[in-house]
Design a protein around this ligand. Structure first.
Ligand code: GLY
Ligand code: MN
Ligand code: MN
Length: 438
């Protein structure tokens, strides 16, 4: 993949969409974990999307106003002593030769140089509010230009959010991005298959989580795309279960929501299966229902459809099934109108997926749900969660199920990026029956 060409093409699109002006994108601030230990650094998604540059303490400036520069990078300079501790840096020269900047400067020179780039620039594209410390520096630079007004220069008159441009671009995935997402999906598939191998009665949720993380890293994924959820028995009914410290029992379901981040793209997959290898009758009934809802929702994904269309396809199946099984009182019209299925299905069915697991891009246009278009990627993740004390026959208590796949909108319909991870009852029971004894 000619990735540097891809980054350059993205910058061209942003510059063209800006019309006139300067755009600023700052790296994620380094966060201290404790004392001199830092949290793992991950580059700001917009900055990475436009450069591929993954070092902290960096700023990208795009300008249509400078006579020679379109792309300027402020970076950490080379520093043999610091590089002994923290590893190599591209430095000022590398910012130009490796990342295509027309000009590059040490990050320490930002405050001094930024006012020059803002002189006589009417519009600044900068997302205020992400990083208050950096906001101050930007405002100081504007102020400095203002101070020089008597010499004839004018400061920016407008500050607009560049994500109006970048997030719209990020919502539509290119062929190269889809290729990367398929790689993240392949790694995630292997991790879920491994999880099915190692989960069994008597083991702990964290043992399964460890195998998932091992598989991610063993295949070159940078990190999990979000905190992995490994919830057994009643923990499967807790939507954001994160402790992953319970011992699994025979007869329970295990819900695993885990996805790899690869090449800065997220995968987001949930599978639910019986720890002991066989679904009980009650588990099977609810599982079939969630699976039917998921298939119906995926079938609703096509250009022109909306996320509420996808959600309603799932809810229709779930609500009818809950009435048929006696968990919710009919008639179905009332169940849908009054949303009485909500004690068991309380979240939405989809979100955008891309560099961020809950990815950017507006969900509404002019207050209306936005129509899906080719290149959009969304999750389809219906579930049913019957808490231990729920007001229904106790045979359903403690059953939590979610089935989640990642779906690309194509010209004609949809493609499941996370295909090949077992999800029918027969597939799941078959793969569990074939587990080795280790
Ligand atoms: N794993 C986060 C989500 O499913 O939205
Ligand atoms: Mn998920
Ligand atoms: Mn999700």
């Amino acid at each position: 993949m000619a990735i540097s060409g891809e980054f350059a093409a993205r910058r061209q699109k942003v510059l063209a969409a800006m019309g006139q002006g300067v755009a600023l994108f700052a790296s994620t601030p380094v966060a201290i974990r404790n004392n001199d230990v830092e949290h793992e650094f991950r580059q700001d998604s917009d900055l990475y999307y436009l450069t591929g540059f993954d070092e902290p303490e960096s700023v990208l400036l795009l300008t249509t106003e400078h006579s020679e520069h379109r792309m300027v990078l402020f970076v950490r300079p080379r520093d043999p002593e610091r590089e002994t501790w923290d590893g190599p840096r591209a430095g000022v020269d590398g910012a130009k030769t490796l990342f295509g900047a027309d000009a590059a400067f040490p990050i320490a020179e930002l405050d001094q140089r930024l006012p020059d780039y803002l002189k006589d620039v009417r519009r600044l594209h900068y997302r205020l509010g992400n990083d208050r410390t950096f906001d101050e520096r930007v405002l100081d630079a504007i102020d400095e230009v203002r101070q020089k007004a008597r010499s004839g220069v004018t400061p920016p008159r407008e500050i607009v959010d560049p994500s109006l441009i970048t997030h719209e671009l990020r919502l539509r995935k290119s062929a190269a991005e889809i290729d990367t997402m398929l790689q993240a999906a392949a790694i995630t598939r292997d991790a879920h298959l491994r999880a099915m191998q190692v989960a069994r009665p008597g083991r702990y949720e964290y043992e399964v989580e460890a195998e998932i993380l091992r598989t991610f890293r063993a295949h070159g994924a940078e990190r999990p795309a979000y905190g992995s959820i490994v919830g057994s028995g009643p923990n499967a009914t807790v939507l954001h279960h994160r402790r992953n410290d319970r011992q699994m029992q025979d007869g329970e379901l295990l819900l695993i929501d885990a996805g790899a981040e690869f090449g800065y793209y997220a995968c987001d997959v949930t599978r639910t299966f019986p720890v002991g290898g066989k679904f009980s009758e009650a588990q099977r009934a609810l599982y079939q229902l969630v699976l039917s809802a998921q298939l119906a929702a995926i079938a609703a994904v096509r250009p022109g459809a909306t996320l509420p269309d996808v959600h309603h396809a799932a809810v229709g199946v779930l609500a009818r099934g809950l009435v048929a099984l006696g968990l919710v009182d009919g008639p179905i019209e009332d169940v849908l109108k009054n949303e009485t299925y909500k004690p068991y299905y309380m979240h939405r069915t989809s979100h955008w997926l891309g560099m961020d697991v809950h990815d950017v891009g507006d969900y509404h246009l002019d207050k209306r749900p936005r129509p899906l278009a080719p290149g959009f990627v969304l999750t389809v993740e219906p579930g049913l969660y019957v808490a231990p004390g729920a007001k229904c026959d106790p045979k359903w208590h403690g059953i939590g199920i979610r089935i989640e796949d990642d779906v690309l909108v194509t010209e004609t319909g949809a493609e499941i990026l996370t295909d090949g991870i077992p999800k029918t009852v027969a597939e799941v029971e078959q793969i569990l029956a074939a587990r080795s004894c280790s």
